[in-house]
Write a new protein. Sequence first.
Length: 472
Amino acid sequence: ANQEILSLDNVTFSNNGSYQCIFQNIAGSTTSSIGLLTVYSLPVVSISTTTLNIPLGDTISIICNGSSTPMPTVVTWRKNNTDLIGFPYIITLTNINELLATSTLTIQSSRHEDSGNYDCSFSNIYGNTTSELVIVTILESPWSVQNIQISNITSSSFLITWSPPLFTGNLPLINYSISIANTNNQSLPLPCSSSIVNNACVVSPIITSTNFTDLKPVSRYYIQIWATNILGSSGKELAQITTDETNPGSAVVNLYALGYNSTSIRVRWEPPTIPNGGINYRLYQWIARYPFNVTNLTSALLYDGGSTTYDSENLAENQIYVYQVIPYNIKYGLVGPISLIVNGTTHEDIPSNSPINVTAIPISAWIIIVSWQPVPIRDRNGVIIRQNVTYYNSQWIHGNTLQVDGSTTSVLLQGLIPFSTYNITVAAATIIGFGPIADTVATTFQAVPSTSPLNVVVTPTSASTISVSWEQ
């Protein structure tokens, strides 16, 4: 008997079918019974894509096809080599025909943790086949920046630095934005160094530090910083600073000097409208002389301290004094603008001295001329408005007081008693009263007797003599 063998290499599904063999000789032919050939295989798996970039919150959908004989009956989906089972994964398996099945993995409202490597596998009775990996990337807004630090704080500037977000949303950053607001929550249109826009602070993503300038001294500011990619911005990280002190930005206001009495002046002022920190004051005083508006800041220092009132004492009476105030920063000693000059005058007082060089010269038996020089200017303590000249003779109890104006420097004493000594005083007065007296003495000239002797008696004492007697 003869035996024939049909060999088929690298069979495919096209080799499926019914096969018969036919033997022939001279007598005829004989056909065998039908032999059925069925080709079986492991599943052949294809995937719809190998890369997916999905914005956060959008739906993820991946389609996986499997074909085999017999038809695949089991599909398994995995993420990072872990089987996906249950919520939030929706897995469907659909038989397209007797050889082909398709499965879809759906994740609604994608989350950050849905990024990863996905694959699917189909199984039949002969085994299973796994697809290529599908790399799913969830695109998000970046996370917040880190490690905010503020340094180099001055009265008008500061430096802010930060570290990039730990996660940039699987996208490159576009920029960093930094806003600055005052205590009234008013956003300030302040540019910063390296800003790529005007009137705001927006810097390149490769920059992680910037300077703010043109700030106000001793002011609190609130800073927010955030990162941005094409999908959106990160949360805003908050920081706050208070700028440093500096010299006062304006002079004191409402400075005045008021005579308190004849030897003191009270000086008052109000703080600068722009103090720029803790301040003290230097008060300067000098006597008004021309040019009276030149300050000697060394010799004229009167007061250094924090009060806004000062009583200057032991001053000269009726004297004009000039004052200026300079505010300065306590922390750094930086001085502010000098105030305007004001003056104050002590009140008048009685003269502290008398008229000087008083002389009394008799010019007859009945007249003495009294002359003097005015009270020295430094001792007048006001305006000399009147002067008294007093004369008195104690022998005859004779005298009087003559009052003259403040400019008179001589007077005639008339109606005096001849050959009599008079005590004479001169005193000057301001509106407050009389000061010390200056005194002198003078004696009038002699004169002929004004009457004859009294009670003249003539008595003969002999034939050739007489005695005469009288009373003075």
